[in-house]
Design a protein around this ligand. Structure first.
Ligand code: NCD
Ligand code: ZN
Ligand code: ZN
Length: 340
């Protein structure tokens, strides 16, 4: 039995660090575990210009102790009016690592998102030309589509046609939650990959709805049936370079989640690695953890692998009920691994 695992320093390819006091509160947790992070741009107002991206990067750097040696990677928020030139300039100047497609009204902070992919086709063509990755929150918003089906329907209605139209575009299908998404990405060409969150490895929709409604298990895309969890987990632990770590850590103050219309998002940053490794351990896949956490992401993005290492060992990690004003994922549980 492996009791200790040393891996190359990992990165988080999908995180919400927010802004202001929440940024100051949460960013150090991510920086403690990860060398780099793809920071989502769904602030209000969203990060749509090179100038806003540069300023946000400076605020993040200022919020993290320098000793943690953390590099935020900034993402542009696409709207119906995004200018292809602005994206290309942001990418060329090293401000925008990627751009994010939020279908309008699909999730938290997506009100300014894209109403129809046709509206940004010129931008996406330009991104394909310059090798700038497109990150996608993959859910349709059509009122006739059930919330549990919105990811699978997105594949047929939006993602598959987009890949057919722009086969060269690098795409990350973010935070996949379904067997359909895992299969689609596995079968797609090498320029299509996916991130996977810790919560979607651990919980199915029962965790949210059995024995009472549990707002801290609610995120988008919403957790699905058990067979979907198992399919997502098999993808994560498969060793395929198309699947990599993206926590989707999404903090919301407790009163905004424990509310009649609670916010979507799970704050998993403080114990993200302990949570992921527990899943890999349960599945006898510890030998594939480093690829998922530290290698597949940078290779997909065309970035260098990190140089340092991090060591995890078996041992109790007690997750507190609260961290400041936020309830963390696994609150009140004890995880079986700890970061040394
Ligand atoms: N995942 C979530 O449930 N929420 C995210 C937005 C997102 O990633 O869709 C947030 O910003 O709160
Ligand atoms: Zn999302
Ligand atoms: Zn997210």
């Amino acid at each position: 039995m492996t009791d200790r695992l040393t891996i190359r320093r990992p990165d988080d390819w999908h995180v919400h660090l927010r802004d202001g006091a929440m940024l100051t509160h949460v960013a150090p947790y991510t920086a403690r575990q990860f060398a780099r992070a793809i920071v989502m741009p769904n602030l209000s107002p969203p990060v749509t210009t090179v100038e806003a991206g540069r300023a946000y990067r400076e605020r993040i750097v200022a919020a993290v102790p320098a000793a943690l040696d953390f590099t935020p990677l900034i993402v542009a928020y696409l709207t119906d009016d995004t200018d292809a030139e602005e994206m290309a300039r942001g990418h060329a100047e090293g401000v925008f690592t990627a751009a994010k497609l939020y279908p309008a009204h699909a999730t938290t902070g997506s009100a300014h998102g894209v109403t129809d992919v046709a509206n940004i086709m010129g931008v996406l063509e330009r991104m394909a030309d310059i090798g700038m990755p497109l990150l996608i929150h993959g859910e349709v918003t059509d009122h006739d589509v059930d919330i549990f089906d919105r990811e699978a329907v997105f594949i047929d209605r939006t993602l598959a046609p987009l890949i057919a139209r722009l086969p060269e575009l690098k795409i990350v299908f973010e935070h996949i939650t379904t067997a359909e998404a895992a299969q689609f990405v596995a079968d797609a060409p090498a320029n299509v990959a996916a991130t996977i969150t810790p919560q979607h490895l651990h919980i199915n929709r029962n965790a949210m709805l059995v024995g009472g409604i549990r707002p801290h298990a609610y995120c988008l895309p919403v957790a699905k049936r058990e067979h979907h969890r198992l399919a997502v987990r098999a993808a994560a632990t498969s060793g395929s370079p198309k699947f990599f770590l993206g926590t989707d850590s999404a903090p919301h103050a407790v009163h905004t989640k424990e509310a009649p219309c609670g916010c979507a998002g799970i704050f998993n940053a403080p114990f993200a690695l302990e949570s992921y490794i527990a899943a890999f351990d349960e599945d006898g896949a510890l030998d594939r953890f480093e690829g998922f956490a530290s290698e597949h992401g940078p290779r997909f993005y065309g970035l260098p692998l990190n140089q340092g290492t991090i060591t995890l060992e078996r041992g109790a990690t007690v997750v507190p009920d609260r961290i400041g004003d936020v309830v963390p994922f696994h609150a009140g549980e004890t995880l079986g691994w700890r970061v040394v």
